[in-house]
Design a protein around this ligand. Structure first.
Ligand code: SF4
Length: 226
């Protein structure tokens, strides 16, 4: 199964300045450049994915590659979809270790933000690669633990499905099913003309990571409040 190990480290400088509230003047640009000079050499973006098909489905979940996944939202998102791409991505552990070693909390936050942006960029590169190779349209992803409907426990069947892929990237699951290195993402990619994001189903207020407005009607239509 494919590993993408030639991903160039990428951190969007404009996005980084936005997160860090750095102005676009000389001082802001210099501060962002200094963070990037530390962060980028420590990034090791890599991705692994599988090309699978939905083998069975019922009201509460799907079977992919012989593994059962229980989620009404995943089931709904895969309605009418046959091909899926289970995946895992990491930017490695070196930047998060550097961030953890900082006494200055702002400095720590800045390096963490750079790692998050690099992880997002690696995800975009993986999506572009799959679209090019398999000729799919736009892809969306679901990630275990992103919603109570698809809890973190579902990392177990996902990692079982991914086989030795995570290990080859240096990713392991802790006893609490979190990934190490922390700056890693696992999930299932699927074709979706209408971009899906878990945030639309998440009522959590004041989340700085929110990527879509909360849609209570959509949540109700999926039976998530019953
Ligand atoms: S709103 Fe925040 S907590 Fe909820 S799914 Fe989005 S990023 Fe996660």
């Amino acid at each position: 199964m494919p590993i993408l190990s030639d991903l160039t480290p990428q951190v969007d400088e404009t996005a980084l300045r936005s997160i860090l509230r750095l102005p676009g003047d000389d001082a802001g640009l210099a501060a962002a450049a200094e963070i990037l000079a530390v962060a980028v050499p420590l990034l090791e973006p890599r991705a692994f994915f599988r090309d699978d098909f939905v083998e069975a489905r019922d009201e509460t979940g799907v079977v992919i590659g012989g593994r059962s996944f229980r989620s009404r939202v995943l089931r709904s998102n895969l309605d009418g979809i046959e091909r899926v791409f289970p995946y895992v991505i990491t930017v490695g552990g070196r930047l998060e270790q550097e961030a953890s070693a900082q006494d200055d909390l702002l400095r720590q936050f800045s390096l963490e933000a750079a790692a998050d942006l690099a992880l997002g960029a690696a995800g975009a590169r993986l999506e572009a690669h799959i679209r090019r190779i398999f000729g799919t349209g736009p892809l969306s992803a679901m990630n275990p633990g992103s919603l109570p409907d698809w809890p973190i426990e579902e990392q177990k069947p996902l990692f079982a499905l991914l086989g030795d892929g995570p290990d080859r990237l240096g990713i392991r699951l802790t006893d609490s099913l979190l990934m190490m290195p922390r700056k890693s993402v696992s999930g299932i990619l699927f074709a979706s003309e209408e971009a899906f994001t878990s945030c639309a189903l998440c009522p959590r207020p004041r989340c700085h990571g929110r990527r879509a407005a909360y849609d209570p009607d959509k949540r109700a239509s999926l039976g998530l409040d019953s």
